[in-house]
Design a protein around this ligand. Structure first.
Ligand code: SF4
Ligand code: SF4
Length: 227
């Protein structure tokens, strides 16, 4: 059976393949709006020129057309998640990871970050990585193999020994929404694994499109701001 490291590596390869396809498709859409051969979308064009108009039309097409469609499909994926349910393995309550230490999270909370606020209302830090390793050793090994040192491990003290939530009715939104991204790593025991497996290809495609569009937008806007 495929271990976690191989399945993540295979996911990365799939993403690279899908990324190439999405790049070609988006490039086609950009070129369809090109007013004349020989123009480059990232060049600098004066206001009112056909090149500038092209850049503006591409930005509009991204927002009104492609981003709208990505948003719609992503919401469909999340709605489909409701067809599946938690199997009560308790892993996501016993092990939550963050790139932020508890001190950083508190600072973010103080600055109005609502996710940090919710996270801190649920999770407390583990005393050591070794304690976290006992919950999901494969995952910790994966982080180590990828040299992802800046990861902090947390757990929820409200989880009972029987893996049931002691405050289930009042659990916060982040618990109700988990997993909110099919590209997250889920333990095999998770009741949403099947959902992840089914929607992963489309989620990879949508993610690659968002990344490519972000690149286009940043570079087109930089060009517009220069001229
Ligand atoms: S509040 Fe309940 S559901 Fe949320 S992490 Fe804690 S034990 Fe799990
Ligand atoms: S990892 Fe999945 S199945 Fe396990 S407790 Fe969390 S949501 Fe439920």
């Amino acid at each position: 059976m495929e271990d976690l490291t191989s399945s993540v590596n295979s996911l990365r390869q799939k993403y690279r393949d899908i990324f190439k396809i999405s790049s070609i498709e988006i490039q086609k859409r950009v070129d369809e709006l090109k007013p004349a051969e020989g123009l480059d979308i990232f060049d600098d064009y004066p206001t009112g020129s056909s090149g500038r108009l092209w850049q503006e039309n591409v930005l509009k097409m991204f927002d009104k057309d492609i981003c709208y469609e990505i948003f719609r499909k992503w919401n469909e994926i999340l709605a489909y998640r409701k067809e599946f349910s938690c199997s009560g393995c308790g892993t996501c309550c016993k092990l939550a990871c963050s790139e932020f230490s508890v001190e950083k999270l508190k600072l973010k909370e103080k600055n109005g970050d609502s996710f940090a606020k919710q996270f801190l209302s649920v999770f407390v830090p583990y005393n050591s990585k070794e304690d976290a390793r006992k919950v999901y050793p494969e995952y910790i090994k994966l982080l180590e193999d990828n040299k992802e040192d800046e990861v902090y491990f947390y757990h929820c003290p409200k989880l009972l020994d029987c893996n049931k939530c002691s405050d289930y009715e009042n659990r916060p939104q982040i618990c109700r929404d988990f997993p909110d991204n099919p590209l997250s790593i889920l333990p095999k025991s998770c009741g949403y694994s099947k959902w992840k497996e089914e929607v992963e290809p489309i989620a990879l495609m949508l993610h690659s499109m968002m990344e490519i569009i972000q690149y286009y937008k940043e570079h087109i806007n930089a060009s517009i701001n220069r001229t």
